[in-house]
Design a protein around this ligand. Structure first.
Ligand code: HPA
Length: 273
């Protein structure tokens, strides 16, 4: 644990020297959603491979860069590309960037992802505000010794996704005519897409969308006391009753289309977050 703490501090102090301005809002750009990074002005772009102790992205569609600068005039720190459990990283590695953000003073975290739509009312291209999650990954980034300076041993997750931020997102989306759904995100490890029987199960236990990320980061960020807004981009139909095989290419192509709405929404959101 001491070692982890030392690595976090080393990475944070490296970034502090390179980043243009202190930021309180962090953004994680999910699969195919990295385009927002281009809207960040006065930016400093740092490849993950240059950041001490940062893991590296291995997935197509995840570029692996940290971007500091201003979005709509507001200082932000964005992660273009994240680390997935299915890549073979431990949960602590997957959430290492969150810990570095914590040390850098990030208070609000906007987490985006690509997800399959379990809810029959959802279509590819829809945006879904995450109102809650179900962790089916069978692991947790907080397992192991707890560092009380980072957060409590038994953190509370009854309101992991802040109501106030969800209301703000709905208000901003309505203002510019972007439709937005709300639902429960179920996290699985992947990397395979689900069987029809699994999809029926996931919908029955209350899931509206399924994906392979986000939940580890949310757990670490809540442990760190951050306010969280989660948005899924529904990239494919994931209804067990009408099996339709999902493909990574389809996920990327749909995310690229929905990214326009998401980018617009995030630009409006960061101003009032
Ligand atoms: N299942 C799991 N993860 C995903 C999916 C899916 O259908 N689409 C995008 N990420």
């Amino acid at each position: 644990m001491d070692n982890l703490r030392a690595k976090m501090e080393f990475a944070a102090s490296f970034l502090q020297k390179r980043l243009p301005c202190p930021a309180e809002t962090g953004i994680i750009l999910g699969t195919g959603l990295g385009g927002l990074a281009e809207k960040i002005t006065a930016q400093v772009l740092i490849p993950y491979k240059e950041i001490p102790y940062f893991p590296r992205s291995t997935v197509v569609g995840h570029e692996g860069k940290l971007v500091g600068g201003r979005l709509a005039g507001v200082p932000v720190l964005a992660l273009k590309g994240r680390f997935h459990y299915y890549e073979g990283y431990t949960m602590r590695e997957v959430t290492f960037p969150i810990r570095v953000m914590q040390l850098l003073g990030i208070k609000n975290l906007i987490i985006t992802n690509a997800a399959g739509g379990l809810n029959p009312d959802f279509s590819p291209g829809d945006l879904m505000l995450i109102k809650d999650h179900i962790n089916l990954m069978g692991d947790n980034p907080l397992i192991g010794p707890n560092d009380p300076e980072l957060g409590p041993r038994f953190p509370e997750l009854s309101r992991a996704y802040e109501q106030e931020l969800q209301q703000l997102a709905i208000a901003k989306a309505t203002q510019v005519g972007i439709g937005i759904k709300r639902g429960v995100y179920v996290a699985v490890t992947g990397p395979n897409f689900e069987t029809p029987a699994e999809l029926i199960f996931l919908a029955r236990i209350g899931g509206d969308a399924v994906g392979m990320s986000t939940v580890p980061e949310v757990i670490a960020a809540r442990h760190a006391g951050m306010r969280i807004l989660g948005i899924s981009c529904i990239t494919n139909v994931a209804h067990g009753h009408q099996p339709h095989a999902a493909h990574h290419e389809e996920v990327l192509a749909t995310a690229a289309k929905a990214a326009k709405d998401l980018e617009r929404l995030l630009e409006l959101l960061v101003v009032d977050i």
